[in-house]
Design a protein around this ligand. Structure first.
Ligand code: XMP
Length: 530
């Protein structure tokens, strides 16, 4: 949405107002970390959805002709001074409404029910049992596991509402008056296993939506939006060879053809063989004139001695932009800079779209932009999650070797060397990482591993090789299962694979004498170590 765009940009383009051949449901954002996940779950069912700030003007909502509205959760309590309130149009428009957690409290409060602080904050899994039949729970078992995360709860129903499900701790876990629904739990998170079915029930049984929104629809509306944003202008794009920038390139290329110039920068922080692979694949798959720049020396000298991960991100981000500016002069003029920023990058860097989300890491393609940026930004994937981007990539006809690539952070190996980055450490890490990737690749997609890599630690450890004592570096192996990088679980790799990785690294990478396996999940740990 335009409100979320920095003032010096043309604004993100992925939330283009949809054409009217499919149904739309609006998600109002009251500040939950999961708000965008709700919109994404709705799209998974095949209904177009947009996430809008809770105080979006009524006429903007009306333009979308929504068939229903979902009120997100949020960190506030309805009685907090200055807390977000329920816009009056939500009650006046008489649309089917689903209030989730804080959204339920808002409904109850606005309709003269009572919301109170619970004696004990409820956080984690709970079982809810249906009390009476309701379209929301149609086809679901009488008891389902759900994810709770709340301090307040509804203690007295508004007039005309009935409790439709409860738990031992929250007798009113779900309420409805037939058109409006309030639920105390979060159906959008994976910890509510049947949450998707419940959302589908709301969309299909209550809102009567058609479920025909697809990646092709996204492409059509994004292409239209890119054309209208760019006009006759030209676009410069940083192509890393990863899924995000590749899909952004293909999408923008479809919209404006040769007025897109993709630039591939070797920043010296790439994985083994990556530069050759990217040049080869892109020459073949895209038929675009790729501009290749070897800027590794410049990146490494700027990173010299830098230990702080946020500083590394800032430097890498700023250097990327500087390099683009040089290339823009050389190949320009360009009015626009395109980036493959995804929603998880946005939410974890805190943007105005997610007013209440707490900053966790600054992803270079959001937070590291210098203030004197001289391009307008185009970020067509800004509201999508990784697997949605893959679906768009497939629909655009990109080859599997690009669409299925595991994510790789923009700051590259600089955030996988804990401490200062040196050319020697980069060489060690590259070799170790290649072993990790080879061995896990060999397991095939059935392994369910989503992202895997090596991390070089800044400690030395004693070992023995032959008759000699060694005192070498320690490398950590990170492998996680995830759906969208928002949460991740450490991968239960076969012990033979772990054994092969360890033996090979210690034997093949001279300088590493110990290998450890990271058994942390996200949260509380993040996927990357820095
Ligand atoms: P974390 O470590 O935050 O990572 O759990 C989530 C996903 O994002 C990737 N990542 C980054 N991507 N710039 C990026 O473009 C970054 O600075 C960055 N840091 C982490 C990470 O590899 C994982 O897939």
């Amino acid at each position: 949405m335009a409100q979320g765009a920095p003032s010096n940009t043309a604004g993100p383009v992925a939330d283009a107002t949809p054409s009217r051949d499919f149904d739309t449901v609006v998600v109002l954002d009251f500040g939950s970390q999961y708000s965008q996940l709700i919109a994404r779950r709705v799209r998974e069912v095949g209904v177009y959805s947009v996430l809008l700030p809770w105080d979006t003007p009524r006429h903007e909502i009306a333009n979308l002709k929504p068939k229903g509205v979902i009120l997100s959760g949020g960190p506030a309590s309805v009685y907090d001074p200055g807390a977000p309130i329920l816009p009056t149009w939500v009650l006046e428009e008489e649309l089917p409404t689903l209030g989730i957690c804080y959204g339920m409290h808002l409904l109850a409060n606005a309709l003269d029910g009572t919301v109170e602080s619970a004696a004990k904050r409820e956080y984690g899994s709970a079982s809810i049992s249906t009390i009476e039949s309701s379209p929301l729970f149609q086809g679901l078992p009488d008891t389902i596991d759900v994810w709770m995360s709340h301090g307040d709860h509804v203690t007295r129903l508004p007039a005309g509402f009935a409790a439709i499900a409860g738990t031992s701790n929250a007798p009113i876990a779900a309420m409805s008056d037939g058109r409006r629904f309030g639920i105390q739990f979060h159906p959008e998170v994976v910890h509510t296993p049947l949450g998707r079915d419940l959302i589908r029930n709301f969309l299909v049984e209550v809102c009567r939506c058609r479920t025909d929104w697809t990646a092709d629809h996204f492409i059509d509306s994004a292409v239209d939006q890119i054309r209208s944003t760019v006009g006759d202008g030209r676009v410069l794009l940083g192509l890393s060879g990863g899924v995000d920038s590749s899909v952004a390139a293909a999408l923008i290329h479809r919209a404006i053809g040769d007025r897109l110039t993709p630039v591939f920068v070797d920043n010296g922080l790439l994985r083994l063989g990556e530069t050759d692979l990217v040049r080869e694949v892109f020459g073949r798959a895209f038929g675009m004139d790729l501009v290749f720049v070897d800027a590794s020396e410049r990146f490494l000298s700027n990173l010299e001695g830098v230990e702080d991960p946020e500083e590394k991100r800032r430097i890498v981000g700023a250097e990327f932009i500087r390099v683009f500016e040089i290339e823009a002069e050389r190949h320009g003029p360009f009015e626009f800079l395109a980036q493959g920023t995804l929603y998880p990058d946005v939410i974890e860097s805190t943007s105005p779209d997610t007013k209440a989300a707490v900053k966790i890491k600054t992803h270079h393609n959001v937070g590291g932009l210098p203030a004197d940026l001289s391009f307008s930004l185009i970020e067509p994937l800004r509201y999508l999650f990784k697997d949605e981007v893959r679906a768009v990539g497939r629909a655009l006809g990109l080859p599997n070797e690009i669409v299925e690539r595991q994510p790789f952070p923009g700051p590259g190996l600089s955030v996988r060397i804990i401490g200062p980055v040196t050319a020697a450490d980069l060489a060690l890490l590259r070799q170790a990482d290649a072993v990790v990737r080879e061995e896990i690749d060999a397991l095939g997609p059935e392994s369910g591993v989503w992202q895997y890599f090596a991390v070089l630690l800044p400690i030395r450890s004693v070992g023995v090789m032959g008759d000699d004592r060694t005192y070498g570096r320690v490398c950590a192996v990170r492998a996680v299962a995830s759906e969208d990088a928002m949460t991740a679980d450490w991968a239960r790799l076969p012990s033979e694979t772990l054994a092969r990785i360890s033996t090979r690294i210690v034997n093949e990478v001279h300088g590493i004498t110990r290998v450890v396996y990271d058994i942390s999940s996200k949260p509380p740990s993040t996927i990357e170590w820095e």
